[in-house]
Write a protein that binds this ligand. Structure first.
Ligand code: BGC
Length: 364
């Protein structure tokens, strides 16, 4: 055997050994992929932690990716997880249209795709689980209108109440559903001449900074003459509140949010944010994990069919998706302690941050 030949053989042996060790390193477990649009909104990181834990407890190996609002990156990450051999994917889509490309491609390769919280607009997904998103919008508008005491609003003396609409990210199907619910409450009031919509905007990426800039412009354009803001989540509402605060309007102009975030609930107890919406992710994450587990095992799941047309308010969409929607709850100053603190959705210390001891309720 020549020296060169012996060397090549030795190298080959080392490579083979490393490859087989690499194979051993794989857990042999079934892989499930988690794909998140971003971690800027408080809830998504919490849901990643929760779903990872629940999946690992069921014996799965979890791969997780976050796309930082980058639509193309999210699709690449999904493709990549499919290449890594995931059996199922749980996806929070940045863009419900764009994600359909990667979701369909994954489904066509036999991967079970679950749209989590936000719809992915393709009938190729195995299921869609979320909350009652239209009701979220209704409760946001109802909470703000109640704070305005719209029933007793004196139009003759004050003119119609001047309302700002701040929608979420236009690429998120939920933002459309929240708006649908808000409009169910606001449209009849507008038609009755009780309110006037003085600004109507969408906040790209649900970004608090965008919301702040938009609200500054609205305040300038209206000479601070606004009576209420129907905003679509806590992040954007708190951004808008910074602009209101700078004009001395925080706590005077009612404003809605969503998610019952730690900062949002703290703002509620301080009397600045008027309402938030509690969507209990401690129910949604287990629902998604149990569903994926069932579908992987070929078991039947308890879901209801919805057409894509009704889920998107777009009659041109065809096909159906099996779905499940969980209830939502309006959170305000009167029930934040019961709904959020006592249920431990947020911690007592976070919710009552900066509130003097004497003004705090007792610890639950
Ligand atoms: C979710 C909200 C969230 C928003 C921004 C929506 O799709 O339903 O809970 O606040 O996205 O991340």
């Amino acid at each position: 055997m020549s020296r060169k030949f012996r060397m090549v053989t030795a190298i080959l042996l080392v490579v083979m050994l490393m490859t087989s060790l690499g194979g051993c390193k794989g857990s042999g477990k079934i892989k499930v992929g988690l794909s998140f649009s971003d971690f800027a909104t408080e809830r998504w990181k919490n849901e990643e932690i929760l779903m990872r834990k629940l999946l690992e407890e069921k014996g799965y190996e979890v791969i997780s990716q976050e796309a930082a609002h980058d639509v193309k990156l999210q699709n690449d990450q999904i493709d990549n997880m499919v290449t890594q051999g995931v059996k199922a994917l749980i996806i929070v889509a940045e863009d419900g249209d764009a994600a359909a490309t990667a979701a369909s491609a994954a489904a066509k390769k036999g991967v079970i795709v679950l749209a989590y919280d936000r719809l992915i607009k393709t009938p190729d997904i195995a299921a869609y689980v979320s909350f009652n998103n239209v009701e979220v919008g209704r409760q946001q508008a109802l909470g703000v209108m109640k704070a305005l005491d719209i029933d007793n609003w004196d139009v003759a003396a004050n003119g119609p109440a001047r309302v700002v609409k701040l929608g979420g990210s236009p690429t998120d199907n939920n933002a459309i559903l929240f708006r649908q619910g808000q409009d169910e409450i606001l449209d009849p009031l507008e038609e009755a001449g009780k309110i006037e919509i003085v600004a109507d905007q969408w906040v790209d990426n649900w970004d608090a900074k965008n919301a702040l800039a938009l609200m500054e412009n609205i305040l300038t354009a209206t000479g601070n003459d606004i009576d209420a803001v129907v905003a679509s989540n806590d992040g954007t509402a708190l951004g808008a509140l910074q602009a209101l605060k700078a004009q001395g309007l925080a706590g005077k102009v009612p404003i809605s949010g969503q998610d019952a975030t730690a900062d949002g609930c703290n703002s509620i107890v301080k009397g600045e944010l008027t309402v938030s919406i509690l969507k209990d992710i401690r129910d949604l994450s287990p629902l998604a994990v149990d569903l994926v587990d069932k579908l992987i095992k070929g078991e039947k799941a308890d879901l209801e069919m919805y057409t894509l047309a009704e889920l998107t308010n777009d009659p041109s969409k065809t096909g159906e998706v099996p779905c499940k929607f969980l209830p939502v709850y309006q959170v305000n100053k009167d029930n934040v302690y019961e709904l959020v603190v006592k249920s431990k959705f947020q911690s007592y210390d976070d919710v009552y941050r900066d509130i003097p001891e004497a003004q705090r309720p007792p610890k639950p």
